[in-house]
Ligand binder design. Structure first.
Ligand SMILES: *Cc1c(COP(=O)(O)O)cnc(C)c1O
Length: 422
């Protein structure tokens, strides 16, 4: 039983989980424990099947356990698991990322998105000789100290404005600005970091022309623009968000999709900028498992599946899902909006789509998401266990699976409405 497993886990793991959002803290109840996953489905420890929209929070873009990735992992693992010496797979992965993204000439592979953003900040500071960084409220960039101020995702779900244990000095040079407003950038600013499509406070897209304005503002001040594409990278398009919007940052951070479900992140940019990284330059960054041979094999196999056709099919799927939800909400007169960019979408139970974190918080904290989440879960559809997380439809979510999801949503909304009327 999940309950027994959760009790057992809670004795030896803080909160019973290895990443806070998994604990169901913001929706209540006991998390399901997953025993296996295939295509659009997960099965819990009791053998119950769910249509999954968590999808590992993004990495499983080709569906769970695609045979191409499983084969690649099996083949790679037969040659050993880690060497501490360079491998061909790392070159192929770096070449693939450089080929996909205009402006990325060199990349460094790391083992998580957090490492990628932490190092991008360090590199921006090292290259400019400046300390100050600007981030946006509700944007999540992993759990590095300097970026743990007013974050989205788990930080938002916990209602924390940052984290205990981060000394004031670590965030003293971090300025938090409201999203969709041009912040004050001056020549003391090393970097402006952002999610080009914020996906950790629900989906709150940039307003028209906003990213280009940020680009211009950074250029005018010699500040480095960092796109944290840990979610958008190779989800929005073959070249990620910079291709989607036609705006190039100076530094890119990647993660999630590029590891094919194994731990991998990367940061990249122009060769000039990346030459500041050790061993060529003075900015230090290293990793025992960086460029791990099994992770590069899995990531390359996944990127191999992500062709132009795959992206258009993925977007059609996401559109079917968002339109279906919108139909359900309007048919039932249930206040909700479904912001979507490409295959990224989320649901806010409110009248109008939020444009910044304050609005997103109001929309997320009215208690409706929790009811909807549990209704869906009981009926075999796993939404992310927090109102700030995005939905991640995959290549394995067929039209039938989407239509089942929509039918379930209709049933659940009707149930919620009938209960609140009595
Ligand atoms: C998930 C995420 C990160 C952190 O990546 P981890 O692999 O969890 O360390 C950073 N930035 C964004 C935008 C993310 O969604």
């Amino acid at each position: 039983m999940s309950k027994d497993l959760f009790d057992r886990a809670s004795r030896v793991i803080p909160g019973g989980v290895n990443s806070p959002v998994r604990s169901f803290g913001s929706v209540g109840g006991t998390p399901y424990f997953v025993s296996r996953a295939e295509g659009p489905y997960i099965w819990d420890s009791e053998g119950k099947r769910y249509i999954d929209y968590v999808m590992s929070y993004g990495p499983a873009i080709a569906g769970h356990s695609p045979p191409q990735i499983i084969d690649a992992i099996q083949q790679a693992s037969g040659n050993g698991t880690s060497y501490g010496a360079p491998t061909l797979g790392e070159i192929e992965m770096a070449e693939e990322l450089c080929d996909r993204v205009d402006g990325v000439e060199m990349v460094r592979l790391v083992s998580s998105g957090t490492e990628a953003t932490m190092t991008a900040i360090r590199l921006a500071r090292g290259a400019t000789g400046r300390n100050k960084i600007i981030k946006f409220a509700g944007h999540y960039h992993g759990h590095g100290d300097a970026l743990l101020a007013a974050g989205g995702s788990g930080v938002a779900n916990q209602g924390l404005s940052g984290s205990s244990g981060v000394p004031p000095g670590a965030v003293a040079d971090t300025v938090v600005a409201p999203w969709n407003t041009i912040p004050e950038v001056d020549p003391s600013v090393a970097a402006v970091i952002l999610e080009p499509v914020p996906a950790n406070m629900g989906i709150v897209p940039p307003s028209e022309g906003y990213l280009q304005k940020l680009r211009d503002t950074c250029s005018d001040n010699g500040s480095i623009l960092i796109f944290d594409e840990v979610i958008t990278g190779f989800r929005l398009s073959r070249g990620g968000a910079s291709q989607w919007f036609g705006v190039q940052p100076d530094l890119w951070c990647f993660g999630k999709v590029i590891g094919g479900g194994l731990p991998m992140g990367a940061y990249g940019g122009s060769a000039d900028l990346l030459r500041n990284v050790a061993p060529l330059g003075e900015v230090y960054q290293a990793g025992t498992l960086s460029g791990n041979p099994i992770a590069t094999a899995a990531g390359l196999a996944q990127l191999g599946l992500l062709t132009e056709e795959a992206y258009s099919s993925l977007e059609k799927t996401a559109e079917r899902l968002s339109k279906g939800f919108e139909q359900v909400f309007s048919d039932t007169n249930f206040p909700a909006v479904v912001p979507r960019v490409g295959s990224l979408l989320s649901v806010f139970f409110t009248e109008s789509a939020p444009s910044n974190f304050d609005e997103a918080k109001k929309a997320a904290e009215n208690g409706v998401y929790q009811k909807f989440f549990h209704g869906m879960l009981q009926n075999g559809v796993a939404f992310p266990p927090g109102p700030y997380e995005a939905l991640f439809p995959s290549l394995a979510h067929s039209d039938d699976v989407i239509d089942q999801t929509i039918e379930t949503a209709l049933k659940v909304v009707k149930e919620i409405k009938s209960k609140s009327l009595t």
